[in-house]
Design a protein around this ligand. Structure first.
Ligand code: SF4
Length: 393
């Protein structure tokens, strides 16, 4: 008979509870909103939905009416201006089934969720958040079957909306299905959660375990992060990136240039540098698509490229290896340079075989926001599938 009591082993498995943000969907809950502002904000948010959370709103300096984080998340009356198209780069033309886009041979997009951690005011997919949207499918079985039938597809991007707003179990099931397809090498998740709610990632061991399982040395998972401003790179956001890298994911960043948020070389250079330090280097800086509701956020092409070209030479090579691109309906068009007379461009990816890799030159136009607003110079290659010479407004 055991007479002596056994030593009590104290395990320290108890984890701190996951930190949760409090979502805010009503503009009346915005701190300091005045009754005069409220009427306009309600009108705007009825058309283009508002959503944020207490973590993200805490990044705002409310004493500064031009605070960049405030511009990014708080609706503005000018969003109601008549400008741009809801589907500015004609994603409808690449849709092969509900929630499945196939524009470039090797890459398929699965739009698997229509909700985001918060809503960026300048979003180019804001049509997805409108009531009559039918472009997203939470059931990805048609998309997975399509990818299975297309052996040329080596890359799949989970997007939306934000896939990381989904439950980890469901997301894991989708990734597991994709990992069963031999020809799919890279699975990407496009997400702004590292900026909007980094604790969603850092505090979810199941999510990190899922990434650890499916991001292997032979077939990596990429997290396509979306930071727009250095102030989003908080301690929490850095911990989130460290957790993702620790789980075996490759992190990169892509974002548009946005008026009032990152439209100056110093802000861009600081963000590119910090991102390179933490292992999430900038991949693309996008020219904003001329999307309905986005007029107050858009920067003309020449101005945007000028800021970018100064930012990329300000720091080390790794922080400056991004490309400046337009995601045009005809393909991803890189802006290579601008001089007094011309804009020099190249198809980085093209929807049409004949444009692939093609270099071409357009006349400089400082009012242009988009490829269609430009005009090719005489003697230049004229790309297929572009409606050149459109007015900028
Ligand atoms: S996170 Fe992406 S999809 Fe969501 S609102 Fe922002 S830009 Fe749009």
């Amino acid at each position: 008979m055991l007479t002596q009591s056994l030593p009590v082993v104290i395990t320290n498995n108890a984890k701190p509870p996951a930190r949760r943000v409090k979502y805010i969907n009503d503009v009346a809950q915005i701190p300091g909103v005045t009754p005069q502002d409220l009427e306009l904000l309600e009108k705007v948010s009825q058309r283009y939905v508002f959503r944020s959370n207490d973590y993200y709103l805490r990044l705002i300096d409310w004493t500064d009416p031009k605070d960049p984080i405030r511009q990014l998340i708080i609706p503005r009356g000018e969003e109601l201006n008549d400008w741009g198209k809801l589907d500015a780069s004609n994603e409808a033309a690449n849709t092969v089934d509900t929630g499945v886009q196939h524009k470039y041979g090797d890459t398929v997009l699965l739009l698997c969720n229509e909700v985001c951690g918060a809503y960026c005011r300048y979003c180019f997919r804001k049509r997805l958040f409108m009531n009559d949207n039918e472009e997203v499918s939470k059931d990805v079985s048609a998309g997975v079957a399509y990818i299975r039938r297309h052996p040329e597809v080596t890359n799949v991007l989970l997007t939306g909306g934000d896939p990381l707003i989904m439950g980890t179990r469901r997301l894991g099931e989708i990734v597991a299905e994709l990992r069963e397809i031999e020809h799919v090498k890279i699975v990407r998740i496009g997400s702004k959660m590292p900026a909007f709610n980094p604790m969603r990632i850092t505090d979810d061991p199941d999510l990190l375990a899922m990434i650890r399982r499916f991001s292997t040395p032979q077939k990596r998972m990429y997290i396509m992060c979306h930071f727009d401003h250095p102030r989003e790179l908080t301690r929490e956001a850095r911990e989130c990136i460290a957790a993702l890298i620790g789980a075996g994911a490759i992190c990169v960043n892509q974002c548009p240039i946005i008026r009032g948020i990152n439209d100056n070389p110093d802000t861009l250079a600081q963000m590119f540098a910090t991102l390179s330090h933490i292992g999430c280097p900038q991949y693309y800086l996008f020219q904003g698509r001329p999307t309905a509701g986005n007029e107050p956020y858009e920067v003309p092409l020449v101005e945007g490229w000028t800021h970018f070209s100064k930012a990329v030479v300000a720091e080390s090579g790794l922080s400056g290896r991004a490309r400046y691109c337009m995601s045009h309906a005809s393909g991803k068009v890189e802006v290579l340079g601008v001089d007094d007379a011309n804009i020099y461009l190249r198809y980085h990816r093209s929807k049409y075989q004949q444009n692939n890799g093609r270099f071409f030159i357009c006349k400089r136009n400082d009012d242009a926001y988009w490829l269609d607003h430009l005009t090719p110079v005489e003697g230049s290659y004229v790309p297929f599938g572009v409606n050149f010479g459109q007015p900028a407004r």
